[in-house]
Design a protein. Structure first.
Length: 276
């Protein structure tokens, strides 16, 4: 574990919050991790993103989703719709002196998307990484997920979930991920599936209000989330400043993948251009 230690960050929501101070802050960013992982993973894993953001002049704020990291709750059981309320509370707790950016990965990407459509105010720009956005749901999907979530909210979805080998092509990093006991690698739970569909539908219904500058990054070999949904959301939002980066051959965790340096370079260049 790195020597980088976050300062306590209190939020008006039942989630663990973290604050990392940049030496010379020019902006601030709220990170939202994905399903089965946790915020502090971005200190030592995921391209050591938090230390690099600090070097680039971003104060970093992050929260653990319900049932993840240091946030209470049954392991990996989360109401994704309610997670947006926690995210909005975290945004409210951030200072107002610096330009505010958001970044969400995987399930954190759809939570971030929900936060944007519910309140697009006071945002400089948004990054969605390998977002878990779904296509607009069909009636039978809504009905089935509703029944499954009501009967067995903690039960595993009756669908396969790719193993950790789907996260990255870097074999050394796979060993680190496999040894990380804080990671949840089981199947997503029925409540997660149900509320992910609900939140996706909410986002799709409000894309005309999405005017915030947005970067979408996704790998075309991602089997955990569908890059085609990032393409569709990029096309649908009303923002006139939107960028889509689909990485050929890229797996789910692009900043942990063999192409991480290229993705990272593009990410920081995009962010830097939007710091005012």
């Amino acid at each position: 574990m790195s020597n980088l230690t976050p300062a306590p960050w209190l939020i008006d929501a039942p989630v663990a919050g973290y604050f990392f101070k940049a030496p010379k802050p020019k902006a601030q960013i709220l990170l939202q991790h994905g399903y089965g992982e946790y915020a502090l993973r971005y200190v030592d894993q995921y391209s050591k993103l938090i230390p690099k953001l600090l070097e680039q002049g971003f104060d970093v704020y992050a929260i653990d989703l319900q049932g993840h990291g240091n946030t209470a709750g049954e392991r990996a059981l989360i109401d994704v719709v309610n997670a947006v309320d926690d995210h909005l509370a975290a945004r409210d707790a951030m200072p107002k002196k610096l330009p505010t950016f958001l970044m969400g990965h995987s399930l954190g990407g759809i939570v971030t998307a929900g936060s944007v459509v519910r309140n697009p105010e006071n945002l400089e720009a948004v990054v969605l990484s390998s977002s878990a956005m779904q296509t607009p749901s069909k009636g039978w999907e809504r009905s089935l997920s509703k029944v499954m979530a009501a009967i067995a909210p903690s039960g595993p979805m009756p669908l396969p979930r790719p193993g950790i080998e789907a996260l990255t092509r870097d074999q050394d990093l796979l060993k680190i991920i496999d040894a990380d006991k804080e990671m949840f690698t089981g199947k997503a739970k029925n409540l997660v599936a149900r509320t992910t569909l609900m939140l996706s539908d909410e986002v799709w219904s409000k894309v005309s209000s999405w005017v915030v500058p947005t970067l979408f990054i996704h790998g075309d070999q991602d089997t955990s989330t569908d890059h085609k949904n990032s393409i569709s959301l990029h096309e649908a939002i009303a923002s006139t400043d939107k960028t889509l980066k689909i990485s050929a051959g890229g797996f789910h965790e692009l900043l942990n993948d063999t192409i991480a340096k290229t993705v990272e370079k593009d990410l920081f260049a995009w962010l830097d251009k939007r710091v005012k």
